[in-house]
Design a protein around this ligand. Structure first.
Ligand SMILES: [Zn+2]
Length: 185
């Protein structure tokens, strides 16, 4: 692995991991703590971490939870409901998913897909996707990926996310700490 801070291969060493929450919503609400490996680059005295791929940087919820909730929201939107309330009442109340959180997820997912568009085009036909409303755009991407209700969307989606990361070495959704300005544990 190359150091994401300076690009070196022998500049870093592993330090103690940190723990973060990973929340699943489907098939049911599950909150667990998982270790995240951490390293320090001696040259720049900065830390970086290796986030497991099923997590979205800076999100407590897993990729499956986020996208599953967006599918619920999309269903409500297609039935003519406005806003994000519909999806937030359909997930487990213990999960504290709010309409505001779903709005953030939708924005982050659409941003990630736009950023990954050029790479994703190599795998999927994305000709029909135009920058329009966020729901429209997300729905068009999901349709292009073959993500439809009643199929195993999460495993299809994880294939996609793995594929993207293998090709680019980056996260499709979200931005890990090493690509942001400041250093965080
Ligand atoms: Zn380094």
């Amino acid at each position: 692995m190359h150091c994401p801070i300076c690009g070196g291969v022998d500049c870093y060493r592993e330090i103690s991991c940190y723990w973060r929450y990973a929340i699943e919503l489907f098939p049911e609400f599950k909150k667990k703590r998982i270790p995240v490996a951490r390293f320090i680059c001696r040259r720049h005295r900065k830390t970086f971490s290796l986030l497991p791929i099923q997590l979205i940087p800076y999100f407590q919820y897993t990729v499956g939870a986020v996208v599953g909730t967006l599918f619920l929201g999309m269903g409500c939107w297609q039935m003519g409901q406005k806003g994000f309330h519909g999806a937030s009442v359909e997930v487990d109340p213990e999960s504290l998913v709010t309409p505001w959180l779903i709005t953030c997820w939708l924005v982050a997912v659409v941003q990630g897909l736009r950023r990954g568009h050029a790479v994703l085009r190599q795998f999927y036909n994305l000709d029909g996707i135009h920058t329009s409303g966020a729901w429209e755009e997300a729905a068009a991407y999901f349709a292009a990926f073959g993500l439809r209700p009643k199929i195993d969307r999460v495993s299809l989606l994880m294939d996609l996310v793995y594929r993207y990361s293998r090709r680019t070495g980056q996260f499709l959704l979200g931005t890990p700490s090493q690509y942001r300005g400041s250093v965080r544990p």
